[in-house]
Write a protein that binds this ligand. Structure first.
Ligand SMILES: Cc1cc2nc3c(=O)[nH]c(=O)nc-3n(C[C@H](O)[C@H](O)[C@H](O)COP(=O)(O)OP(=O)(O)OC[C@H]3O[C@@H](n4cnc5c(N)ncnc54)[C@H](O)[C@@H]3O)c2cc1C
Ligand code: SF4
Length: 479
């Protein structure tokens, strides 16, 4: 390793609250670029090109990983980028935020043999970021326009991937989204330190240049009705994600300074996008100098604790009712948070929020794990007389998300949903019970991952095209 590379490792491995990155930012970037270039080549050449590419099998998009690693090793980055784009609409985003330890990298044969995985995600990011820098990624040039239009509800990864695929085939596409910016959770959920917002914006701008129409600040069911959209378009896709936060019903829950995760993360992301955010600027949603308590053990909880660290919180504690081994969040994320100084209080459950008007502490009880439930995870049960109190100026609830009541929201009780509120689809055609209306992403799966949303969006596009083709043929037959 060169001195510069070693310096990069030294700076990057420190916890952000200990790092002195600000005054070295240019230096940092320069070191980073050089490091990444050498590292990408070195890493991609470690791929053994094994006969059974488990990495590819375990990537939800079945990316042709061994082949683009080979191309990267040979310095053929344009071809590597083209190959990566043939199965994925946003490889640089997946490269940044996929939980690779559970997907491709966790199944790398070299990892399995105890020699450390090929860092597939960072190479995927490197290949695609290079393609953007070199100007190889261009807007879609439609060769033959098709006179049929598709309305997509939701500009998250599922909606965006579907829109891109449909546009490539020449369909007219309009995306309706209730937020002011496209991107869904890529913009307002996932924090900037994991996914820089310009990376999302350059993708959505590319789609705009490709002829996809974005109608932001358009909430279906409020500003525009589902019925109206059905009349306007030849087919519809519902890709609205899941946003209803799971609640915790304990005494003191109405005290001030207790927030759902998305409120905290959205404020932070909006600040990162350069906006004035009243409740952040007045300090309410800013963790600086506060004792922060995050409740939950999933990836959203990890994003909250790590955001609080970056906002210079006085202390950050995470309460989770199971232990580390039984946590739903990615181990890599938990390790990162621990390195950054987050204190995990495993096997703990909040019993009461304490304070007068504002939260001042949380009463917590210890838990123990009993036998596994039907999902295979061990069941937590309270230990009697084990209560203790921890200081809290800001509490963030990150207990997961459920779907909103879409039939009610869309004012269409005929839309069929499961007992969990997710939209029911025909798993083969991805069509809902209403002909011509398809659904994809979290609103079908429940809270999941970006890479699965992309896969669903791509598959929905294929099924929508089949449906529209049939519609065209029937029209000709009827004429
Ligand atoms: C805090 C957080 C961190 C995460 N981190 C990761 C991660 O690191 N890696 C990973 O792979 N996954 C992560 N996820 C999960 C991932 O973001 C989601 O699985 C993915 O975004 C789902 O995509 P989607 O397109 O189905 O929905 P979304 O991304 O939620 O997009 C849905 C869109 O629909 C719009 N919408 C909703 N209702 C309406 C309506 N009535 N009218 C118009 N528009 C509407 C919304 O405004 C939104 O733009 C994270 C999730 C959260 C909450
Ligand atoms: S899309 Fe995700 S799972 Fe697939 S290769 Fe990339 S990082 Fe791995």
């Amino acid at each position: 390793m060169t001195d510069k590379m070693l310096k990069f490792v030294e700076v990057n491995q420190q916890a952000p609250n200990k790092r002195k990155v600000d005054n070295r930012i240019d230096d940092f970037k320069e070191i980073y670029d050089e490091f990444i270039h050498d590292k990408a080549k070195e890493q991609s050449s470690r791929c053994s090109q094994c006969g059974v590419p488990f990495c590819q099998v375990h990537c939800p998009l079945h990316n042709n990983i061994p082949d683009w690693l080979k191309l990267a090793t040979e310095g053929r980055l344009k071809e590597a980028s083209d190959l990566a784009h043939s199965t994925n609409n946003m490889p640089e985003i997946c490269g940044r935020i996929c939980p690779q330890d559970r997907l491709c990298e966790g199944n790398c044969v070299i990892e399995q043999s105890g020699h450390g995985t090929v860092t597939i995600g960072s190479i995927e990011k490197y290949i695609t970021d290079t393609a953007w820098e070199k100007g190889w990624i261009k807007p879609i040039k439609v060769t033959k326009e098709i006179n049929q239009s598709v309305g997509i509800i939701g500009a998250g990864p599922a909606g965006l991937a579907c829109a891109e695929e449909l546009r490539k085939s020449g369909y007219k596409v309009t995306i309706y989204d209730r937020y002011d910016r496209p991107g869904g959770l890529l913009i307002y959920g996932i924090p900037n330190f994991k996914l820089e917002k310009f990376v999302v914006e350059r993708r959505t701008n590319l789609l705009k240049k490709s002829g996809v129409i974005f109608k932001q600040n358009n909430e279906v069911g409020k500003n525009i009705s589902l019925k109206n959209l059905k009349e306007k378009h030849d087919a519809l896709l519902i890709a609205t994600g899941v946003y209803k936060p799971r609640e915790i019903e304990i005494p003191g829950q109405n005290l001030k300074n207790i927030f759902p995760a998305m409120e905290f993360l959205t404020a932070s992301n909006r600040k990162g996008l350069g906006e004035t955010v009243k409740n952040f600027d007045n300090g309410i949603l800013n963790a600086e100098n506060k004792n922060v308590v995050v409740i939950g053990g999933g990836d959203t909880a990890m994003d909250c604790v790590r955001t609080a660290v970056r906002q210079n919180a006085k202390s950050v504690k995470c309460l989770y009712r199971r232990d580390k081994e039984n946590m739903p969040g990615s181990t890599r994320e938990v390790n990162n948070a621990e390195e950054e100084g987050v204190e995990f209080i495993w096997l703990s459950n909040p019993k009461k929020f304490i304070g007068s008007e504002k939260i001042s502490s949380v009463l917590v009880e210890r838990m123990k794990l009993k036998h596994a439930d039907s999902s295979g995870r061990k069941m937590p049960t309270p230990i009697s007389n084990s209560n203790f109190e921890i200081k809290a100026d800001l509490v963030i609830k990150a207990l997961g998300f459920d779907p909103e009541d879409l039939p009610k929201l869309f004012n269409d009780p005929s839309l069929s949903v499961s007992k969990w509120g997710t939209i029911k689809i025909n798993l083969k055609s991805m069509e809902t019970n209403i002909p011509g209306i398809f659904a994809a992403g979290d609103i079908v799966r429940g809270a999941s991952l970006v890479v699965w949303a992309i896969r669903d969006g791509r598959e929905a596009s294929i099924e929508i095209q089949k449906y529209l083709k049939k519609k065209r043929i029937n029209k000709v037959k009827a004429a």
